[in-house]
Design a protein around this ligand. Structure first.
Ligand SMILES: Cc1cc2nc3c(=O)[nH]c(=O)nc-3n(C[C@H](O)[C@H](O)[C@H](O)COP(=O)(O)OP(=O)(O)OC[C@H]3O[C@@H](n4cnc5c(N)ncnc54)[C@H](O)[C@@H]3O)c2cc1C
Ligand SMILES: CC(C)=CCC/C(C)=C/CC/C(C)=C/CSC[C@H](N)C(=O)O
Length: 467
């Protein structure tokens, strides 16, 4: 039999790796990539050092990512601590200090118990989310994102995809002021969006703002090339243009047409995994001969522009005329029509970890600015006194949450599957990895007609009573 994966981001390469584990060593796994291996995991080079321009941080409880790093033989790079402040376009409204207890006291003074309530909610969500690792280790798969979420957190998790973050937090007793000043800043930092995103992605974003984060030494994209090697996959550098159903009297196969810069080709496969977003013609794949047709994916992706700037930050803009007194490594912002950026943060090169020393604020350093539009010259002049270089990556970054209320299907056809629907619950490296394991299990069980391993209810109980 023959298997193929379209897309070599972390989702596609993790799928190839898990397909190899489940289907065994003998068959060929082709992986198509139209751009660079890694997809939304990428680096840019400044002064001979590489910096993450896409997916950058990984949570300490993201167990698939941890496992990949170990199996490939890569090293962890811990997030280097630095103080953060929230800026409202006119002044700093909240700032971290060197004293944790003082920070806690200030939070309590300004927002009451909102901070503690929020922490408990995020911890509870993470704890339930982590059930997936047990289910997947026991081989269980889910045929839809909704079934997967329901198995982890029941109706609560499903509701968290249907209600906004602000509604859910207000219900918990978190204050409006805390939502406007802190949660809004985190959402702008991590998904470039507002507190109107669904509560589930809100919780993931808040987990991504905790302190226990790490990255991969050398760059997160090394996970993708490493997974391709582990999977002994055959990488084909070409753009898949068409997938058409190819039926004979006793077989169903899928014909992929593809284009490389200098050649075109086509190939037949028994199982196809689409591991690239299908919205807005992003993957630009035409599906032919399917009856009923493969549904159009509704919704759109959010533009996030990452500008890596090497220069001198204009600390005066943030109310610090003397740069030596500017104490922050990153500045988040709250919603303001005049604000042209979401965050600006001093970044660490991908190959430097513990010994990384942040530059003095008056020295030239490398900064990452996230904005929704490319920065204009006047924006750069506002944020920086002067700069040596600017490197811009305009990402179709993650779903525009709220642009549709439908979570895309996983099963597109008998043996054709879609990975990126999970991003509509939340987009993150670990979410694509969880989806990858689920797809490999689902494809395997459906191929072997093991229906008792798919969409089982009461899984916690089942696992506890399994021999
Ligand atoms: C700026 C930014 C910051 C982020 N920060 C974080 C973070 O800190 N932590 C975190 O966990 N997540 C973060 N994310 C999200 C994370 O990067 C993504 O969720 C994840 O990388 C998605 O991986 P994927 O494999 O599902 O998709 P992709 O990485 O998009 O991979 C899809 C691949 O398919 C290829 N492709 C598309 N169409 C075709 C075709 N027709 N033929 C062949 N190949 C095709 C593409 O070229 C691409 O390489 C961030 C994303 C962005 C953009
Ligand atoms: C999937 C689970 C349970 C946790 C993942 C938590 C996590 C690491 C979320 C990050 C989400 C995200 C899209 C962040 C984007 S921007 C990140 C950062 N601000 C940057 O500078 O790149």
């Amino acid at each position: 039999m023959s298997l193929t994966v379209i897309g070599s981001g972390v989702g596609g390469t993790a799928t190839a790796h898990f397909l190899r584990q489940h289907f065994g060593p003998d068959l060929q796994i082709d992986v198509f990539e139209k751009g660079s291996v890694g997809g939304r995991l990428a680096t840019v080079t400044v002064n001979n050092q590489d910096y993450e321009s896409g997916g950058s941080v990984i949570h300490s409880l993201n167990l698939h990512m941890q496992d990949f790093v170990k199996q490939i033989g890569l090293k962890y790079r811990r997030n280097v601590a630095g103080k953060t402040a929230v800026f409202n376009g006119k002044q700093i409204i909240l700032e971290e200090t060197d004293w944790y207890l003082l920070d806690l006291f200030r939070l309590w003074w300004r927002y009451g118990f909102s901070f503690i309530r929020l922490q408990m909610w995020v911890e509870e969500t993470m704890e339930k989310f982590m059930r997936i690792y047990k289910y997947q280790a026991h081989g269980y798969a889910f045929s839809s994102v909704e079934q997967l979420l329901h198995s982890l957190g029941g109706g609560t998790f499903i509701n968290m995809t249907r209600h906004t973050l602000s509604e859910s937090l207000l219900e918990l007793g978190v204050s409006q002021r805390f939502i406007d000043e802190v949660i809004a800043a985190v959402m702008r930092a991590n998904y470039g969006q507002s507190v109107s995103v669904p509560a589930f992605v809100g919780a993931v974003s808040l987990a991504g703002a905790q302190t226990n984060l790490w990255a991969v030494e050398g760059g997160n994209k090394l996970v993708c090339s490493g997974l391709l090697t582990l999977a002994k996959a055959n990488l084909i550098q070409a753009k898949v243009t068409t997938v058409s159903l190819h039926k004979t009297a006793d077989t169903i196969q899928y014909k992929l047409d593809f284009e490389a810069p200098k050649e075109r080709g086509s190939e037949l496969y028994d199982i196809v995994i689409v591991a690239a977003p299908l919205q807005n013609g992003m993957a630009n794949i035409t599906f032919e001969n399917f009856d009923p047709p493969i549904p159009e994916m509704s919704g759109s992706y959010h533009h996030t522009v990452a500008s890596i700037v090497h220069g001198y930050l204009n600390s005066t803009y943030f109310g610090f005329p003397d740069p030596k007194l500017f104490p922050f490594a990153s500045i988040c912002t709250v919603v303001d029509d005049d604000l042209f950026f979401n965050t600006v943060g001093n970044v660490c090169p991908v190959n430097v970890s513990t010994e990384f020393k942040r530059k003095q604020p008056q020295d030239a350093a490398v900064w990452k600015v996230f904005s929704q539009q490319p920065l204009e010259k006047k924006d750069l002049k506002t944020l920086f006194k002067s700069y040596y270089s600017v490197q811009v990556t305009d990402w179709q970054a993650y779903p525009e949450y709220g642009s549709t209320d439908k979570i895309p299907p996983i099963i597109l056809h008998d043996n054709m599957y879609y990975l990126n629907g999970i991003e509509w619950a939340a987009s993150a490296m670990e979410m694509s990895s969880v989806a990858a394991k689920n797809l490999a299990l689902l494809a395997y069980h459906r191929w072997n007609q093991q229906t008792d391993m798919i969409d089982q209810k009461e899984l916690m109980h089942k696992i506890k009573t399994e021999l």
